[in-house]
Write a protein of this length. Structure first.
Length: 106
C-alpha cells in the first residue's frame, strides 16, 4: 500500500495531537484504529474552534453594536451583554444571538 506525502504528514500531526490531548497511542495501533482516532480528534478540534469562533464573533458584535440597536435601548444593555457573554461563555453567546443579534440586524 502506497501512502502519499500529505497522508503521512496528516497521520503524524494527528498522532502528536492525540498525545497532547492525553490519549494513549499504543505501539501496535493498526491503520483502522489510527484513522478512527484521527477522525475523532479532527472532529473534536473542529468543534472547539467553531464554538470559540462563534463566541468571539458574538462578543465582537456586542462591542461594536450601537446602544440604539439593542432591544430595550437602555444605557447599560451593552455592558450587561458583554458581562453575560464573557462569564457565561458559549451559552451567553447563544442567548445574545437569539435575543439581540437575530432581532435587531444591522
Amino acid at each position: 500500500m502506497k501512502i502519499s506525502y500529505w497522508t503521512g504528514i496528516t497521520a503524524l500531526v494527528s498522532l502528536i495531537l492525540l498525545m497532547i490531548l492525553g490519549l494513549n497511542v499504543p505501539a501496535s495501533m493498526d491503520t483502522i484504529s489510527m484513522i478512527t482516532a484521527l477522525l475523532a480528534t479532527s472532529i473534536y478540534i473542529f468543534f472547539i474552534v467553531s464554538v470559540f469562533a462563534f463566541w468571539l464573533s458574538m462578543l465582537i458584535d456586542c462591542l461594536q453594536r450601537p446602544t440604539q440597536l439593542y432591544p430595550n435601548r437602555s444605557d447599560f444593555d451593552k455592558l450587561i451583554w458583554v458581562i453575560v457573554i464573557i462569564f457565561v461563555h458559549f451559552f451567553g453567546a447563544v442567548l445574545y444571538y437569539y435575543l439581540v443579534f437575530k432581532r435587531c440586524p444591522r
